[in-house]
Design a protein around this ligand. Structure first.
Ligand SMILES: Cc1cc2nc3c(=O)[nH]c(=O)nc-3n(C[C@H](O)[C@H](O)[C@H](O)COP(=O)(O)OP(=O)(O)OC[C@H]3O[C@@H](n4cnc5c(N)ncnc54)[C@H](O)[C@@H]3O)c2cc1C
Length: 511
């Protein structure tokens, strides 16, 4: 059953007397498209796309609107995913291995939250995810959304097959050359409606071009994900210092050199860092988070961090405006606030099912912006130390951080324009509560400097339009030209152009 209640809510909340508008979660982007609609089946999706192409309109699908950047937007026909949210059947006769039990097929608009609940009910789980679950699965994968841990690529790497509607209404099923589907057993029609033809293409480059394509190569109807068995995580958060973390034998030194992170047999599969951009008492604090996986059920611990931390985070979320005033007017307080945030998160043990540990919880609802840049893992120490200098320069100009800076690690990705393409990646995430003085200047200073000095790559969703034109895109993403070729093949009429392709200077029919 499609969720008609959600649909009515959407129509109510996004209609105005002057027409329809769409706004992203962080209210950084807003558009009044010619048409805002939510297809409720692949048939209506095909009709919308064919009609857009025939009439010379652009068409795009949004996810949950959680990108701060312009990636989801077109002024013409904007589709919402809220009626493409179902789990679908897999036709096992088509597979090389019909017995494979960890493949799950879903419509593109299912949220990570709903997907997690479904997987849990089946004794399955996503192998990794970001720190939040409000995104749609394809909205998340399209921008290179990631979690942390060098055994895992971005979430897009969990997709093993996808069905995409291209500009003339054809449905392509894209897979890698060693894909899950046996071409000899492929009937050439859609599982749900045998009147719809589907063309199977098993081609590595095309598959890797499409999975992360910021909505610009067609609209994905469904994906097949390779999931894991259900697992539990024990999270341990320890306060340390930058000197300890970067010293020989310290966390970063071990990670960069491929050494075990712990001196015990059991190793954490997931890990991340948070640091205070400012020294307090002569030391720079770092919070090390390690997460240990267990397929055996573990006793669940309901509260994370020091007692009262969840309540405190909730209060900060509620009392943002006074907090902004305090930070803006008493900037000396910023380092102490950030220090307190790190200390309150330290925890000897927090245990829950995997997806509840990956999800960092209530802080996701704070009205905040985040901006991410990805670096070659080997440059982690130099890049992080450069951010310390930039942080001090910004403070001298009266611009201060209002939250810890977070660091995550992601395995090298095959997807052509992934921020993790071709290199194990260290990702720095800068977070600012909305409205703090100088927030945009802070983001711009870090992004521009780190891009120029380290060839750091922006996250397609957590970015404030750093890339203008193709010059830097082609320097930062080594497979950019290859991606452009596939983009041009699948977008010959400019049907999937949008604000992002205009900004990048790659629209087929620029505006
Ligand atoms: C609170 C919060 C927490 C976050 N946490 C993380 C994190 O831990 N790690 C991380 O990496 N990022 C994180 N992000 C960033 C977020 O994951 C990405 O911006 C993601 O792309 C948002 O997904 P969405 O469903 O909202 O899609 P949107 O932002 O609405 O769209 C993203 C892109 O997907 C395209 N798209 C959507 N559906 C389709 C479709 N069916 N076919 C073709 N194209 C489609 C859109 O056109 C657009 O280009 C976070 C963002 C927020 C606001």
């Amino acid at each position: 059953m499609k969720d008609l209640f959600m649909y009515s809510l959407l129509v109510l909340s996004f209609s105005s007397l002057n027409g329809c508008y769409w706004e992203n979660f962080s209210k950084t982007e807003r558009v009044e498209p010619i048409r805002l609609t939510a297809p409720n089946s692949i048939e209506t999706l095909i009709d919308e796309i064919k009609s857009a192409t025939e009439n010379g309109y652009r068409i795009r699908m949004t996810g949950s609107g959680h990108s701060h950047s312009d990636v989801a937007i077109t002024e013409d026909i904007l589709l919402r995913p809220i009626q493409l949210i179902d789990v679908l059947e897999i036709d096992r006769q088509r597979l090389y291995d019909p017995e494979e039990t960890q493949l799950v097929r879903v419509e593109s608009g299912i949220t990570v939250r709903k997907l997690n609940s479904y997987l849990d009910s089946q004794g399955l789980a996503l192998p990794n995810m970001g720190g939040y679950d409000g995104q749609t699965i394809v909205g998340a994968t399209m921008t290179g959304t990631h979690g942390s841990g060098l055994d895992h690529g971005p979430m897009a790497s969990q997709i093993v097959s996808l069905q995409i509607v291209v500009d003339d209404g054809r449905v392509l099923q894209l897979e890698p050359s060693n894909g899950i589907t046996d071409p000899d057993n492929f009937p050439g029609v859609l599982e749900e409606n045998t009147d719809i033809n589907v063309e199977l293409i098993q081609n590595d480059a095309l598959f890797n071009a499409t999975k992360i394509s910021i909505g610009s190569m067609g609209i994905v109807y469904s994906v097949v994900l390779k999931t894991d068995k259900k697992f539990w995580l024990e999270e341990i958060r320890t306060l340390s210092t930058w000197e300890e973390v970067k010293a020989p034998g310290g966390f970063l030194d071990r990670l960069i050199n491929g050494l075990p992170l712990d001196d015990t047999e059991v190793q954490p599969e997931y890990y991340e860092l948070q640091y205070n951009p400012y020294k307090v008492g002569g030391e720079r604090s770092i919070l090390i988070t390690k997460r240990y996986k267990s397929y055996e059920p573990l006793p669940i611990d309901t509260e994370r961090g020091q007692p009262g931390t969840t309540m405190l985070s909730g209060l900060i979320t509620l009392l943002e405006k006074p907090l902004i005033w305090i930070v803006d007017n008493f900037q000396f307080i910023a380092p102490i606030l950030v220090e307190q945030s790190l200390k309150s998160q330290s925890d000897e043990s927090y245990i829950n099912v995997s997806y509840k540990v990956f999800n960092i919880g209530i802080v996701n609802y704070t009205e905040a912006y985040a901006m991410e840049m990805g670096f070659d893992l080997d440059e982690s120490i130099a890049a992080i130390e450069r951010t310390f200098e930039l942080g001090e320069q910004l403070r001298d100009k009266g611009i201060v951080h209002s939250a810890p800076v977070s660091i995550r690690f992601v395995k090298a990705a095959d997807e052509l324009i992934a921020m993790q393409q071709g290199r194990d990646t260290m990702i720095i995430e800068f977070i600012m509560i909305n409205g703090i003085k100088g927030d945009r200047e802070l983001f711009n200073t870090y992004a521009q400097t780190l891009m120029e000095e380290f060839q750091a790559r922006p996250h397609w969703g957590l970015d404030f339009k750093l890339l203008q034109g193709t010059e830097w895109a082609s320097i930062l993403f080594p497979k950019w030209e290859q991606w452009i070729q596939h983009y041009e093949t699948l977008n010959p009429n400019g049907t999937f152009d949008g604000r992002v392709t205009d900004r990048l200077g790659i629209s087929t029919s620029p505006r």
